[in-house]
Design a protein around this ligand. Structure first.
Ligand code: SAM
Length: 288
């Protein structure tokens, strides 16, 4: 039987719940479907296809528990996470946005649920490069996690966080520094930092202002459908006409309500466009 066919029933959940408790953690705050995806992913890597067997390993090996927990951690993020999505956005969407702007117009972007800032800075790097000096770029980035926002504001990252980035991105956007313990770190250049304003706030209760683009990636997965719909309605109100919304690779637009608000123009990359009553969505996109 494949892992996809295995059911994470209440008995298995109870078993995992006890393991989590033994490490001082609580499994119940995670959505069961999300939990199953993470468990299956780890089990696939370890070639295990039995929840009970994996629970025993977790109980025995703290290190494996830490691996699993890290994959559940709500602050997990990366620079240019899912690089292909950024690449598609840069090559197919940004030119469309720029065409509709007047010289010196400001492009406004919201990184909603930005964690420790990597997404917001990636957007700042991508947009400042793509728009040259012709347009102003403003990124607003928020998160409910105060520590994550403080970290983001510093813009200082361990070398391992950027080592997979292409050389030209590192060269053009980071400054290498050695800290007091002689450990190499990379600081985002001030010119990039200046484009981003970080805020501690909740997506659902922060102000409604108008953006050209919203990136909200790997946030919705933690929420039940009703909350996801409220967030989508908020994003719809916060986007300019025909503005773009980008979700995470594990996320899709759920339900009929959302289907009325956004149209998937690049479903594979989870790139959506705001529906507008008197304007058809952007049907000309290459990978429709
Ligand atoms: C897994 S991280 C994703 C970070 C980044 N967007 C990415 O895709 O790499 C999810 C972040 O969303 C934040 N978050 C969750 N719910 C939120 C909310 N209602 N308002 C603001 N931030 C939220 C969490 O604190 C966490 O830092």
């Amino acid at each position: 039987m494949s892992l996809n066919e295995l059911t994470l029933n209440s008995q298995s959940l109870d078993t995992f719940s006890k393991v989590f408790e033994s490490y001082g953690s609580d499994i119940k705050r995670f959505k069961p479907a999300f939990m199953k995806r993470r468990l299956d992913r780890r089990m696939r890597m370890l070639e295990i296809n039995n929840y009970y067997e994996y629970a025993l390993i977790l109980k025995r090996e703290r290190r494996e528990f830490e691996e699993l927990f890290a994959s559940l951690s709500i602050n997990v993020t990366d620079f240019f996470r899912d690089f292909a999505v950024y690449e598609k956005f840069r090559s197919s969407i940004i030119p469309k946005i720029l065409t509709n702007l007047k010289l010196k117009d400001k492009i406004r972007i919201w990184s909603a649920g930005c964690a420790s800032g990597e997404e917001a800075y990636s957007l700042a790097m991508m947009f400042s490069y793509a728009s040259g000096k012709n347009f102003d770029v403003e990124i607003v980035a928020n998160d409910i996690n105060k520590n994550a926002i403080e970290y983001a504001q510093n813009g200082l990252y361990p070398a391992k966080n950027i080592e997979k980035l292409p050389e030209n991105i590192i060269k053009n956007n980071f400054k290498k520094i050695s800290n007091s313990e002689n450990i190499e770190e990379y600081e985002v250049l001030q010119s990039i930092k200046n484009l981003v304003t970080f805020k501690v706030s909740d997506i659902l209760s922060c102000d409604v202002t108008q953006y050209d683009v919203i990136f909200c990636r790997n946030v919705l997965i933690y929420y039940e459908k009703e909350t996801q719909e409220l967030i989508m309605e908020k994003f719809n109100r916060c986007l300019k006409e025909s503005g773009y919304l980008v979700l995470g690779m594990d996320e899709t637009m759920l339900g009929r309500k959302c289907a009325k608000l956004f149209h998937p123009i690049m479903p594979r990359e989870r790139i959506y466009q705001k529906m507008h009553s008197d304007k058809l969505p952007d049907w000309n996109t290459s990978n429709l």
